[in-house]
Write a new protein. Structure first.
Length: 295
């Protein structure tokens, strides 16, 4: 990643952080413990890749990225809710997230479940009430709900859990799961940004192709980091997938073949957005970053 893009991403990340902080200044009617759990999880830092993709997609399509901030924050709320629930004992049973105790460890399981529920619903409220034109907000809400729900992220998580017991025997099966579990939410980041910029159907399809490819590449990188990564750098436990019996890319393909598959997906992503021209250059760099990161 170039120093210029790194600086730009830091600036966008800071703006997203400020918007998220404002978004979780909740009314007094919200129980204090619930509000604290929501704030603890949402404001825990991280790459903020998904909301930044919303902003960059909007800009790549000729829009004003600041107008995409409500959608970016809504997406990050959805992502955070999913992490809270994924970390629960009934799911991935993780005790560390971003170098800090997970929500159910810091608070308790019931509060963690409710904090996730509250962030999920707050996401749609935020998107609907913070200045996005009504027709665009409706389309973005539909994108987000479809990506996060039964045919998207939640359905992918269910299939992933079932795969721990029934077994995943092929790369095709694994990728079908991760297109839903990881890819659909990344695609919604891009299509929401495009919609807010006024992009047409062909451009939205282009963004979807890019998002699908980097979503799979991102998941391969995650699987590789679980095998080869450093716990201190990642801020969470490593080698958990094997402990849970999860089928991963390295388990099916080997480490080297997984890396080659990720590189091919990044090339596909970059080729997909060539038609967007120079404004899409940050998206090209981010595609490469997804597989070169160390956390």
């Amino acid at each position: 990643m170039t120093p210029e893009l790194s600086q730009r991403l830091s600036e966008l990340r800071a703006r997203v952080e400020a918007e998220l902080l404002q978004a979780v200044q909740l009314p007094e009617a919200c129980p204090e413990r619930l509000a604290s759990a929501m704030q603890y999880s949402l404001l825990a830092g991280g790459k903020r890749l998904r909301p930044i993709l919303v902003l960059l997609a909007c800009e790549a399509c000729g829009g004003d990225w600041e107008k995409a901030l409500p959608a970016a924050c809504a997406l990050e709320m959805i992502h955070t809710y999913s992490l809270i629930h994924d970390d629960l004992p009934a799911m991935d049973d993780d005790e560390l997230r971003r170098g800090k105790p997970t929500c159910h460890i810091q608070f308790d399981e019931a509060t963690a479940i409710l904090a996730g529920d509250a962030l999920l619903t707050l996401a749609f409220e935020h998107l609907a009430t913070h200045g996005t034109p009504a027709e665009t907000a409706v389309a973005c809400c539909a994108d987000l709900a479809n990506a996060a729900g039964a045919v998207g992220m939640v359905g992918g998580q269910q299939a992933d859990l079932e795969g721990e017991t029934s077994g995943i025997q092929s790369v095709e099966h694994l990728e079908a799961i991760h297109r839903r579990k990881t890819g659909r939410l990344l695609c919604s980041a891009l299509t929401m940004g495009g919609r807010i910029a006024g992009a047409g159907a062909d451009t939205l399809n282009t963004l979807t192709t890019y998002g699908t490819a980097i979503g799979l590449a991102f998941q391969i990188a995650d699987d590789l980091l679980d095998v080869t990564g450093d716990e201190a750098a990642m801020g969470k436990a490593v080698r958990k997938d094997a402990d849970h019996g999860k089928m991963t890319y390295p388990a099916i393909l080997s480490i080297e073949e997984s890396r080659l598959r990720a590189e091919k997906l990044v090339a596909e992503a970059c080729a997909a957005i060539e038609s967007l021209g120079p404004k899409a250059a940050p998206l090209v760099e981010i595609a490469h970053y997804t597989i070169s990161r160390n956390h």
